[in-house]
Design a protein around this ligand. Structure first.
Ligand SMILES: [Zn+2]
Ligand SMILES: [Zn+2]
Length: 453
């Protein structure tokens, strides 16, 4: 059997994940995301490369923008593509893609062909096919050159609500795409449940492939350190800004802090949240019995929260200090967390705590590397008077866990994706050392890999 693998985005970077796989004439896209930091065509996967290729299906691993955000544009260009995802991913997509309509209008104003409307999102969401974890469904493309169909199955990836790894099975051969996979228990989502049987080809994310247990301690242990930091600011009457992704990180961090509050480890305080994350909280609650959840009786709706989006006077955070959990996690321009930044940096009693992945080019990374007492170049040069701290809460597998996964899945070929180039190189060397007989490819944008199985 012939398999072609062509990365259109998300190969050497974390953003715009989109991988074209052709199995005996059936064209499948794995994910179709945008790059959150870039704008216009730069932010999209290279969909032009699909021009002369059959594209029948798009199978989506999860609802983060870097995996799903370009779907409306894909459907505009190739309207007959059938889309598959888990039920929870479809539910979240409805919120996040509607939310993106306005964001796109702001940032793609000069490329109107990339804009889409609420009606188009409605149509798209209605046409998405949803399946449960571990349920097998079959697909067969228009130019498929055999009678045997391709079997597809979603496996719980433990990353966010609805996140899935994707197994493609054809003529007895198995291709496994991890998507964004997490092998640690978080506060709500529990570790991934990958297949127990071996696979032939493993396409794996490498976000934290170079990290080990010393870089990412257990969630519970890191949350103790986090709470200690928050208490040090709150007890002095300051507020703490925690920039977070609306989807996933907000729910995990909010519940982490709430559980600490219930145990009286965290100083009594106000949680300021709001926007898209509140809608997603409801989806977490709604689906809590259907996914691998730490405690299905636990509801985010029981956490008392104040709506940060309703606060116009920033002095509120001085008068009524609290923990402000708002997106975006990397303080990207035109987002709510960014709008608080210049005020926040000037408050000596305040703090900013980063809790997730920071793109090296992002404003968050600039603030963190400059640190307290130094100037940072944003819209203007601002001296950082507040305290700045970083905590390592990961929803991606560490390098040692990826090696474990490979040990269990025993692939004959591995393709590395979803990682910065240097970290992919490092994990690549490690893998070759540990598994000298494995064929290893580091995916590169628009560089096709041909395989015979
Ligand atoms: Zn993700
Ligand atoms: Zn991702």
């Amino acid at each position: 059997m012939n398999i072609k693998f062509l990365p259109l985005g998300g190969a050497d970077e974390i953003g715009a994940s989109c991988f074209y796989v052709n199995i005996d004439g059936t064209g499948i896209l794995l994910d179709c995301g945008i790059h959150p930091r870039k704008t216009g065509y730069e932010s999209l996967p290279k969909l032009d490369a699909l021009k002369d290729l059959p594209v029948d299906f798009c199978i989506v691993s999860h609802a983060h923008q870097d995996h799903i955000g370009a779907l409306p544009i894909l459907i505009k260009q190739i309207p007959h593509v059938r889309i598959y995802a888990t039920k929870q991913t479809v539910e979240i997509a409805e919120y996040t893609l509607h939310n993106a309509v306005k964001i796109l209008r702001d940032s793609f104003g000069d490329t109107p062909e990339l804009l889409y409307t609420h009606e188009e999102v409605d149509l798209l969401v209605r046409s998405m096919n949803d399946y449960r974890y571990n349920e097998t469904f079959e697909i067969i493309g228009m130019r498929h050159n055999s009678n045997e169909s391709i079997k597809v199955r979603f496996y719980d990836a433990g990353h966010i609500l609805g996140s899935a790894s994707i197994l493609l099975e054809y003529k007895g051969k198995r291709i496994f795409y991890t998507g964004d996979i997490n092998l640690n228990p978080q506060s709500l989502m529990q570790p991934a449940l990958p297949p127990s049987k071996p696979v032939d080809i493993l396409i794996t994310e490498t976000t934290y492939g170079t990290k080990n247990i010393n870089d990412f301690k257990a969630w519970e242990k890191e949350s103790d350190r986090f709470v200690e930091y928050l208490n040090s600011i709150l007890n002095k009457g300051g507020s703490v800004l925690v920039p977070v992704f609306a989807l996933g990180k907000t729910q995990e961090i909010l519940s982490t802090l709430h559980k600490k509050l219930l145990k009286k480890k965290l100083t009594e305080t106000i949680f300021y949240t709001g926007g898209l994350s509140s809608k997603i909280n409801r989806l977490y609650d709604k689906n809590r019995f259907l996914v691998n959840y730490s405690d299905p009786d636990y509801e985010l709706a029981n956490i008392e929260q104040s709506d940060a989006y309703q606060i116009n006077d920033l002095q509120t955070y001085v008068k009524n200090p609290g923990v402000v959990l708002v997106s975006s996690g990397m303080l990207l321009k035109n987002t709510f967390s960014y709008s608080l930044l210049s005020y926040w940096l000037r408050q000596s009693k305040f703090g900013i705590a980063f809790v997730g992945y920071l793109d090296p080019e992002s404003p968050a990374h600039k603030v963190l590397t400059a640190g307290k007492g130094n100037k940072v170049e944003l819209r203007e040069k601002i001296e950082i008077k507040c305290s700045v701290a970083k905590f390592s809460f990961t929803s991606h597998a560490r390098g040692d866990q990826l090696i474990n996964l490979i040990d269990n899945l025993k692939p004959s070929r591995i393709i590395l994706v979803h990682g910065e180039e240097t970290s992919k190189d490092l994990i690549g060397f490690k893998l070759l050392d540990k598994f000298p007989n494995i064929k290893l490819n580091s995916a590169e944008k628009l560089k096709q890999i041909e395989m015979k199985l």
